[in-house]
Design a protein around this ligand. Sequence first.
Ligand SMILES: Cc1cc2nc3c(=O)[nH]c(=O)nc-3n(C[C@H](O)[C@H](O)[C@H](O)COP(=O)(O)O)c2cc1C
Length: 316
Amino acid sequence: MLAWESDTKPLMLAPMQGLTNRGLRSLFIDMVRPDVVFTEYVQVQSGGRKVISKNDRLEIQETSENVPLVVQLIGADVAAMVTAAGIAEDLGADHININLGCPYGRMGKRSAGGKLLQDPPGLARLLAALRPEISGSFSLKVRAGFEDSSELFSLLPLFEDSGIDFLIVHARTVAQRYSGSADHTITAEVVNRTTLPVIANGDICTTAGGLHVQQQTGAAGLMLGRGAIGDPFLFQRLRGKHAAVSTPGERRTELCGYLQELTRIYQQLFCGEQQVLAKLKEILAFVPDPECVRWIRQLRKAKNIARFTALLTDEC
Ligand SMILES: Cc1cc2nc3c(=O)[nH]c(=O)nc-3n(C[C@H](O)[C@H](O)[C@H](O)COP(=O)(O)O)c2cc1C
C-alpha cells in the first residue's frame, strides 16, 4: 500500500524510459531517498503468455525496503493489463500506476498511453476492469489533456468514480510532447476541481521552481524527472536538507560523486563497455550547468570507461 502522512508532501522520482532503471533507482535511494520511485513504463503485451517481458520482471523485483516501488504499466488490451497488474503485485510492486500520458501511445490499432485520454469509454472499461483486481493502491499519470485541458477536466469524474488513490499531472498536453513549458495553472485548476490528491509534475528543475509549483498548485506532492536526473540533490534541496543552490565548485563535486557511483553500478548492470558508456552519456543530456559545459563535452567524447572515469577523477 502506498500511503503518506497527510501533513507530508511526498517527492517522487518520475518514471523515465531508458533512465530510471533499477541501478539508477537504487543509487537515488542511497543518495537522496525519494519518497516513492517508479519503474520505467512496462509495456504490456497482449495475446501471449509473456504479458511482461523478462527484463521488466527483473526491474519489478528490485524493490527496496522503506521506499515504495510503483510499477507503471502501459497497454491497450484490458485483459492483458489486468493480468500484468496481478503479476506486478505478485512480484512485489507496492503500487500500480497506469500511463495515460505517453505521446507515442498506440499499440496496434488500439489506443494506449496519452491516446486513451481521447477515448473515455475505452478508459472507463480499463479502469473498471483494473480496480477490483488490484489489491493494493492504484494511480494514474496523465497529461493536461490530449489537445487541450478541457479533455482532462471532463475526465475527472471518471477518475474519481474509478477508485484511484491519486492522480499525477504532467502539465503539458499530449500534443505538446515535450515542447513549450508545463502550465501549472492547469495543475492548480485540477487540484481545485477534484477531491483526489494531485501530484504536480513538469519542469521542476530548481529549488525555487519546486517550491513555487508547490505553493501555486496546492498539490499533494511533487514528481521530479529530468531536473533530478541532472541533479539528484534536488530532492534534498526541496526538503531544506541541502543547499538550495550549490556553488559551481560544489556542483562539480556533487556531479562527480554521482557519476562515479553510477559508473560503478552500470558496469554491474549492463553488458559491454559501449553500452555502459552510452547509458552514462544519456544522463549527461540532463546536466544543464553552463559552467560544466566544457567538462561535459569531454565526458561525452570519452571513447572508453577508463577515459570517462579519468575525467571524473581529474575534476573531483
Ligand atoms: C527520456 C524520457 C523518458 C520518459 N519515460 C516515461 C515513462 O516511462 N513513463 C511516464 O509516465 N513518463 C515518462 N516520461 C515523462 C516523465 O515522467 C515526466 O512526466 C516528464 O519528463 C515531465 O517531468 P520533468 O519536466 O520533471 O522531466 C519520460 C520523459 C523523458 C524525457
